[in-house]
Ligand binder design. Structure first.
Ligand code: MN
Ligand code: MN
Length: 302
């Protein structure tokens, strides 16, 4: 994913204030997650859940850090309802992945709600997250975190998704350094006290990797460019408000949105997040928490 940022984000807060803002985002995320969990039921609509989650975040005085992701079954990540989406939940394994930010300081967390009867996948991902949290402290290598995740997931007879990772949480930057691998790697990065990171193991009964699917509903402005087409120009002015964080096509108002998005993409201003699907057609479970690394462990703030 794109790690470069040139969109204006404003000055950063001092370290203590930063952590307070991350924690405030985390408290709001926790409350909304618990309210939303029960809405994921066969027969109910995906759009209703996404609107609820994003609306509640705003009501509580924060902003979504990215569109509410609701990915089902072989989709691992990055589906969010389309404008006017009519999809309904069935007996699905559902990943609800939510982001909240307070002045650009992000909380990112996900749960799996399973109506498909695959407890081994759910447990593998959930226990792997616990195992990862258990090994984190200042000075630990991300390689050790990845090994704990892979080892735990394999105990359930399933596989980690090797090409998805956790990540640092930067100011208005959802996917910052360092990457937190979900598998054994030869070289890692040492975590430091005060680092804010998201850990997100994915477990699958498929090939163990994801590929881009055909649908894109989430975009991010990475590099504003001079564009001539009026629809692209007004769209680019409008999406500056997200300060380089991901946004949903569903959030956009106005004329000729499709054409504007296409023009901005061609101009190199926009990054797209296609829905990621399991390459072997496997089902996928995911759990995610955001943490602050401390000398002796970590503080989970979601
Ligand atoms: Mn997430
Ligand atoms: Mn994440």
């Amino acid at each position: 994913m794109a790690r470069f940022q040139t969109v204006g984000k404003g000055p950063e807060a001092d370290p203590k204030e930063k952590l307070e803002k991350h924690r405030r985002a985390g408290r709001i995320l926790r409350e909304v997650r618990e309210e939303a969990r029960g809405l994921i039921q066969p027969g109910r609509s995906l759009l209703e859940v996404a609107d609820f989650v994003e609306g509640r975040i705003r009501e509580k005085g924060a902003q979504p850090a990215f569109p509410c992701n609701i990915s089902r079954n072989t989709e691992a990540a990055h589906y969010t309802p389309a404008p006017g989406d009519t999809l309904l939940f069935g007996n699905d394994i559902v990943k609800l992945d939510m982001g909240v930010h307070v002045d650009g300081y992000i909380a990112d967390a996900a749960i799996t709600v399973d109506h498909s009867d695959h407890p081994e996948l759910v447990q593998a991902a959930e226990k792997a997250l616990q195992a990862a949290i258990g090994v984190i402290h200042a000075g630990v290598s991300t390689a050790e975190v990845g090994a704990a995740i892979q080892g735990t997931i394999e105990e359930f007879g399933v596989k980690p998704v090797a090409n998805l990772t956790g990540h640092g949480l930067g100011h208005y930057t959802q996917h910052d350094e360092p990457a937190i691998p979900n598998r054994r790697v030869t070289a890692g990065t040492l975590l430091k006290a005060g680092d804010t990171i998201a850990i997100e193991p994915f477990a699958t009964n498929g090939a163990g990797r994801v590929k881009d699917g055909p649908v894109t509903e989430i975009y991010m402005l990475t590099d504003p460019r001079p564009v001539r087409l009026p629809s692209a120009r007004s769209l680019q002015a409008d999406i500056q408000r997200y300060k380089g964080l991901p946004f949903a096509r569903r959030w956009l108002k106005g004329e000729r949105i499709e054409m504007g998005l296409r023009q901005l993409e061609v101009a190199g201003a926009l990054y797209r997040y296609p829905v990621l699907v399991e390459a072997g057609g496997g089902l996928v479970a995911q759990f995610e928490h955001s943490v602050i690394v401390t000398e002796n462990g970590c503080e989970v703030f979601t």
